[in-house]
Design a protein around this ligand. Sequence first.
Ligand SMILES: [Zn+2]
Ligand SMILES: [Zn+2]
Length: 445
Amino acid sequence: MKSALLIDDDNISRKVLSQALMAAGWSVIEAGDGEQGIQLALKHRIDAVICDLLMPRCNGFQVCRMLRDKPEQFPGLKIIVTTHRGFATDRLNALESGADHYLVKPVLASEVLALLNSPTPKSSTPAPISGTPTPAAHMPAGNLLRFWGVRGSIPTPGPGTVFYGGNTTCVEMRVDGQLIVLDSGSGIRLLGNQLAAEFKGQALELTLLLSHTHWDHIQGFPFFAPAYVASNQMRIIGFEGYRKGLESTLAVQMESTYFPVDLRQMPSSISFLEQREMDFHIGPVRVRSIFVNHPGVTVGYRLDTSTGSCAFLPDHESYARMRLHPRASGEKGQQTMDYCRAEDQKLIEFLRDVDVLILDSQYDEAEYQTHIGWGHSCYEDTVATALAAKAKQLFLFHHDPLHDDARVSRMVGHARELVASHRGNLVVEAAREGLTVPLRKPEPT
Ligand SMILES: [Zn+2]
Ligand SMILES: [Zn+2]
């Protein structure tokens, strides 16, 4: 006798279907939510699962993924997802999560039986989900980083930002076999499209490192195509948010009031790590973190790879500059300034000899006067920091939404003059969308 597991928190529709299946000669097991359903599936031999999409504790996408993750335990298992919602994206996501069929309620027992008795369509055979994808195998040789979003605060499309780009913060790193994404501003949408086209059909494993959860650093995530592919695995690492945990902060921007797909409905395997250690590894890549001067809990990262280092500090305001200004603080005592200078020095040591430095340069010195305490730097300070740290290459970053291409270019020109006046070797550029920067050890001279 064939056995079916019915998972649905709607008791009435579950009972009706259960009776019809038993009348047709099936043995039936019932569960009132996804969690219980998974437990029962692991205990009993089952041939088919009919599972509701939205249930307490564990949704239908998760049930599908969990069952498909154990092909050896559930060979030939047929999964039918049922729902009262007819959204095309739900259907697609359910099939990508491993469902064979998707039925919109009310579901007739006859149509369920017809599907159960039909051979499993070849196309719905679940793609193998690799437990340990090996990105190194399908990543081009050579470490590099690429800018996908360079703007601060809000996306600024338009003719004035065509050269440097209008998307908010996102940088891709392909280093030592690891795919690491720094922040998920609107630029991550373009990265996602690129990855989808490049790694079609291959399971992707990537790590998203978040500097903080201000909107311009997370707003692109709901549009990140790889998050909608069941076989992909992504790990999101950040430091605990100001009020809420990392996961709930990202989930809030995808609540139904704001976005049609819930974070938990994204079919890929997404895990969250609220990092507490300042020094950790992503594969062979050493990652060091530092808290920076910006509202909320914000960090900068330094990644040391086999062929060079990169530091990413998209949002930061010089401590001393902020305190020097009389309007910023009533504390003018020597102790306060000593403390601020020590903090600035700590950052310089953190950045010591870095090869590629991506650093907040939102304002110029004059603009800064009206933006003290906003958590961003003027490029004059950025250049000074990079020179003091003996960085090799500096990318001005987090461009102000009010700055058009001509303005950013003028800032770069002046930044280079500053370097020349200090007889420095620092190479200065402004980050721009699409720019690829190789990370390689300098040729011996
Ligand atoms: Zn920002
Ligand atoms: Zn911010």
